[in-house]
Write a protein that binds this ligand. Sequence first.
Ligand code: 5GP
Ligand code: ZN
Length: 148
Amino acid sequence: MAEFAPPEHVADDCIFCKIIARELPAFVLDEDEHTLSFMDINPGTRGHALVIPRNHSQDLIAIEPADLQATILSAQRLAARMKDRLQCDGVNLLNCCGADAWQTVFHTHIHVIPRYKDDPERDPLRLPWIPKPGDMADIEAAAQELTA
Ligand code: 5GP
Ligand code: ZN
């Protein structure tokens, strides 16, 4: 694989920075000037992978826009490859921002999770909530809080 310049931002105690530096092993799938894609070692489904920016940032809020753009484009590229090579039926992208939102590794990353219809062996995932209609007044109130 091609050599790329070392990242500008590195955190000493970050396992994903160490994967980028090849100080820790990983099954690398793809890389470019700004990102690296590799297999998740606790896969939710067969082929579950992660895309990370080379530059360290803690999370979705902190990441520089150019790094975020490169990361989402790499995730798109990987999702297309999953459909082609793994013949998955769909793909979920997941980002956890903050410990209370399930983030456990504090180097921004996007999970790229191939999905397989009616195949609990390769795909045991189920929605973590039961969708049901919300309270319209509260939806509107939240919308007002979120409106610029
Ligand atoms: P988060 O919980 O922060 O959204 O996702 C972190 C992901 O990193 C988890 O799915 C976890 O399985 C994965 N992970 C944690 N440590 C390692 C590691 O050393 N190597 C790889 N390849 N994945 C890791
Ligand atoms: Zn890092």
